[in-house]
Design a protein around this ligand. Sequence first.
Ligand SMILES: O=P(O)(O)O[C@H]1O[C@H](CO)[C@@H](O)[C@H]1O
Length: 299
Amino acid sequence: MLPEASCKYGYEECKATADWLLDHAPVQPLVGIVCGSGLGGLADMLKDQKVFSYSDIPNFPQSTVCGHAGRLVFGTLKGQPCVCMKGRFHLYEGYPIEKITMPIRVFKLMGVETVILTNAAGGLNQDYKVGDIMIIKDHINLPGFAGRNPLCGPNDERFGTRFPCMSDAYDRKLRQLALDVGQELGYSHFLREGVYCVLGGPSFETIAECRMLNRLGADAVGMSTVHEVIVARHCGMRVFALSLISNQAVMDYSSEDKANHEEVLQTGEHRSQQLVKLVSTIVTSVDQHRRGESTKSQH
Ligand SMILES: O=P(O)(O)O[C@H]1O[C@H](CO)[C@@H](O)[C@H]1O
């Protein structure tokens, strides 16, 4: 017997949401940005904003986590049309995994080509400091090991192939661009490149879990992003992702430190200016890069 093809957040629902947004939005976005915990300030960089509350958007989930405002912001960045999610969805909120990633498919159906994801994460790499910004070069999808992958269930070829490749998930050129931009801005001393591991949350990790993840090759740990990346790559969008190291994961039994969401949000506030500068410069350069490519293809 075939599995039930009863996806409540399937192509038709995503298309209806995308069409509704395009009818009401001032621009057709080419870049989609997802703000991590406490990083909603990223949306403020957009000019000529039109803001939608998630509760007013058909089929959209609602934000339930502090530091995730639940607003979708359209606008431009140096002329580049963008859409920014001030608030994302996490497995621990209780949403089905395909609902968490539904906005990414809505991005695709609105015409977004490049997705920039941000998150707050605990630093596992002992060289990392709180406030470092890690360019994600790869991920470990730990829930995926247990079958929690947003692509489980019937595959809709209108989005992508049954078995998408993930070894090239994080665009190499955009990563290099971010390193170059970071250097020009004088951010190299807090800019890193590393591996992000997603867990289900909402409890923070034990000391033994942090030690294990670090030994497995993870530099930072969080509860988001990877599901969105998988869905974005499945439907052929270019992905760039950043983790703000909001706290140091506790790896030492003699430590008195305790991971907490307040510290996560505070670090976001402290680094927000540099993060905005970095992301906005990258977005602007993505546009130049794209124009360069289309000029090249005309010759
Ligand atoms: O990944 P974002 O959404 O930035 O949020 C991170 O911060 C929260 C924990 O403080 C978790 O939701 C974790 O995933």
